[in-house]
Design a protein around this ligand. Structure first.
Ligand code: NAP
Ligand code: GDD
Length: 335
């Protein structure tokens, strides 16, 4: 179906955090569905639109910052969106210990600012909040589901818990169509280089292509429920297509250790991780989330959502992309 003949043609969506991993996949998905997409970007001294390659010309970028209410109100007034996806955040857990106040400003209070902008400027718009499995932290039950109590273990997790509850509160206070997606870790070749899967796959690619010998990591025993970002943005959209707003866990239902991730990634290029990985206490956190494993049966039953990419496929896809990118760079340099 062409975008023009799609049932969503003429619908407008506003995405905060559009330059990030999820923002790029979501904007591609919505443009394919026929949406007019408005992406919120903050000013930077140099452009960082690499992830938007291919869709940059098919969307409208608006300048606003989660720290600045008037800029958000203006973006909302210009876009007049039917759907708002709040993906912007300081999303790297270790930085939330070094910059706890800023993390709270972006990741917690920023949600209230976006909700206020929606309430004042586009009150009929449907709202999605990017909540996180980090809210479960020191988990009270396994697997974690929508009713599992929160016990965040980082300033980031605490900020996300605030963002979750303020979303629920605006739904209950003002009758807004506001939904919260409690998404477990999701990755892709576009993942930031500091997150562990990408750090591993990029490190493996550098070692395989002779750029490096060693990869330094922290806790190899931590377990995560890792899925593919392309699958997870579909779940965000499905939440906003429901008659009633609600909260949903989005996860694969499988958990793996960081060590297993190393094993799959190094094997992909014919290497043994034990020969290359060194433990570095600098990457161990002051408080750890030991185990995340999600139960997405509500999302499956109500949204018809299911993941399509397995853990192994995901890590191999990321290794292949990193090796190909480094080889292309090398070839470019030689020519
Ligand atoms: P990401 O790659 O780190 O992207 C974060 C985005 O937020 C970037 O576009 C960034 O812009 C923007 N941003 C940060 N501070 C801002 C500010 N003050 N004003 C405006 N924009 C700002 O994150 P992601 O992996 O795509 O995740 C998207 C959202 O889902 C985040 O809220 C994250 O916390 C949440 N989440 C992620 C996962 C996951 O596993 N990926 C799981 C659960 C929840 P710049 O490019 O200018 O820095
Ligand atoms: N980043 C990183 N770097 N993590 C490491 C390293 C390392 O060198 N070595 C071990 N780890 C472990 C961390 O201690 C953690 O237990 C696990 O790998 C995953 O770390 P990250 O990939 O940084 O992700 P995260 O789980 O802390 O947070 C991500 O997922 C959340 C959802 O649960 C982020 O995307 C958050 O924004 C998101 O909300």
């Amino acid at each position: 179906m062409s975008a023009k003949s799609s049932p969503h043609a003429g619908r407008r969506a506003l995405i905060t955090g559009v330059t990030g991993q999820d923002g790029s996949y979501l904007s591609e998905f919505l443009i394919e569905q026929g949406y007019q997409v408005f992406g919120v970007v903050r000013r930077s001294s140099s452009e960082n639109f690499e992830r938007l390659e291919g869709v940059r010309e098919r969307m409208t970028l608006l300048h606003a910052d989660l720290l600045d209410q008037s800029s958000l109100n203006r973006a909302m007034a210009v876009a007049q969106p039917h759907e708002v996806y709040n993906l912007a955040a300081q999303s790297f857990v270790p930085t939330s210990w070094s910059e706890p106040v800023l993390t709270a400003q972006f990741t917690a209070i920023g949600v209230t600012r976006v909700l206020e902008a929606v309430r004042q400027m586009a009150p009929e718009a449907r709202f999605y909040q990017a909540s996180s499995s980090e809210m479960f932290g020191k988990v009270h039950e396994t697997p974690q589901r929508e009713s599992t109590p929160f016990h965040p273990r980082s300033p980031y997790g605490v900020a996300k818990a605030y963002g979750h509850y303020i979303t629920v509160n605006y739904r209950e206070s003002y009758g807004m169509h506001a939904s919260s997606g409690i998404l477990f870790n999701h990755e892709s070749p576009r993942r930031g280089l500091e997150f562990v899967t990408r750090k591993i796959t990029h490190g493996v690619a550098r070692i395989a292509t002779g750029h490096d010998k060693v990869l330094r990591l922290g806790n190899l025993d931590a377990k995560r429920d890792w899925g593919f970002a392309g699958d997870y943005v579909r779940a965000m959209w499905l939440m906003l297509q429901q008659d009633q707003p609600d909260d949903y866990v989005v996860a694969t239902g499988e958990t793996h250790t960081v060590e297993e991730c190393c094993d799959v990634a190094f094997r992909r290029v014919g290497l043994d991780w034990r020969q290359h990985v060194q433990l570095d206490p600098a990457f161990v956190r002051p408080a750890e989330v030991d185990l995340l494993l999600g139960d997405a049966s509500k999302a499956e039953a109500k949204l018809g959502w299911k993941p399509t990419v397995s853990f192994r496929q995901l890590i191999e896809m990321m290794v292949d992309a990193d090796v190909a990118a480094l080889e292309a760079k090398g070839a470019h340099k030689r020519s």
